[in-house]
Design a protein around this ligand. Sequence first.
Ligand code: FAD
Length: 390
Amino acid sequence: MDTDNSVLISGAGIAGPALAFWLARRGFVPTVVERSQAPRIAGHAVDFRGVSREVLRRMDLLPEIERQATHQGDMHYVDARDRSRAVMPANFASGEVEIMRGDLVHILHEATRDRVEYRFGDAIAALDQEADGVAVQFESGESRRFGLVIGADGQHSGVRRLAFGPEQQFLHHLGLYLAVARIPNLLGLHYSGKMFNAPGTILSVYPARQNSEARALFFFHADPLDYDYRDVEAQKRIVADHYEGQGWAVPRILPEMLASEEFYFDSVSQVRMDGWSEGRVALLGDAAFCATPLSGMGSGMAVTGAYVLAQELERAAGDHGAAFARYEARMRPFVGKSQKLAQMATHGYVPTSRLGIGFMHLMNRLVARLPGDMILKPAIEAANSVSLED
Ligand SMILES: Cc1cc2nc3c(=O)[nH]c(=O)nc-3n(C[C@H](O)[C@H](O)[C@H](O)COP(=O)(O)OP(=O)(O)OC[C@H]3O[C@@H](n4cnc5c(N)ncnc54)[C@H](O)[C@@H]3O)c2cc1C
């Protein structure tokens, strides 16, 4: 049985601070190490429904999240002349509560910073599992021992690479890339967005933070690209190359994307693994079970997984193997359903021909007439497929 209750968490995104929150409440001593110099606040809106919203309520964070919620309205599919071709109703995409990812990262950091040690600008360089703990070598040169190590360091997890092997084994590219940039609200949008399709690409623009700014959200088809994860300018160029020459407001938006100081770019890929733990190391959030943004569940799974993992670690009273097994057994149905939803959503999400775009608009006009409950049934089922137990 473990006697060392120190836990090193890699990653200060959504999953890492949420786990630190619960571990600190349940008698553990969490430390969070984050590669960036400060919390990374880029990204677009993330939403919560069902059990994950209940987790936020139990964290006493729901009132603040609701205060900062996006209150996003409908999304209009427009053609090159800015005419509305179809509408996606707000409740289809925004969950029960929706907030900008960066605002949530900030709220989680504020809620934990007094009780949790954060090491920004550092990362784990090496892990050595021993009988009663893990010897950790940091990139900064410092060495320390921890009882357990949790990788909550996203889709390209460093902990996963160190403890389980190269990411190519686990990352499954779904054929799309995603970029998000903070831009001025140059279309004058008011709590509703616009989405423009050209064959093989989508560009959506929607207002954020009470219409004072906007987000440009790019999805485009591409086979796995060879690019430097840290070279943001090169990533912006890749995006621009896929949209150059397009109509609608694209020529006004591309320069804003290129100049944006808040930019996120990644492949739309799922992480699928046979097991999420190896000895004293376990994975959480995108590192273990990234479903892609198209599931609408990534942040919900991250906060729910954090709650379940902390609960099982406390219950197991030092038997980390039993805790990791119970955590995984409880989370698997939620993860499996969410990943399946994302695979279905990805298929046909970005039509590659004009005919396909016309068909999608037609389908969306029909779908918008159906009762919301019917369309949302699979998402609601997935979002409630885990029990919080106490
Ligand atoms: C900047 C950013 C923007 C995002 N924008 C979107 C978006 O627009 N739409 C969307 O659906 N999803 C987005 N995501 C992913 C989304 O946050 C996750 O799908 C989900 O919330 C699960 O969160 P997570 O904490 O597991 O992973 P993440 O939110 O990805 O957090 C992982 C954290 O780990 C850090 N990290 C990475 N490698 C290391 C390392 N080796 N050592 C230490 N720290 C490390 C990262 O800097 C990051 O802070 C974004 C992620 C990031 C990091």
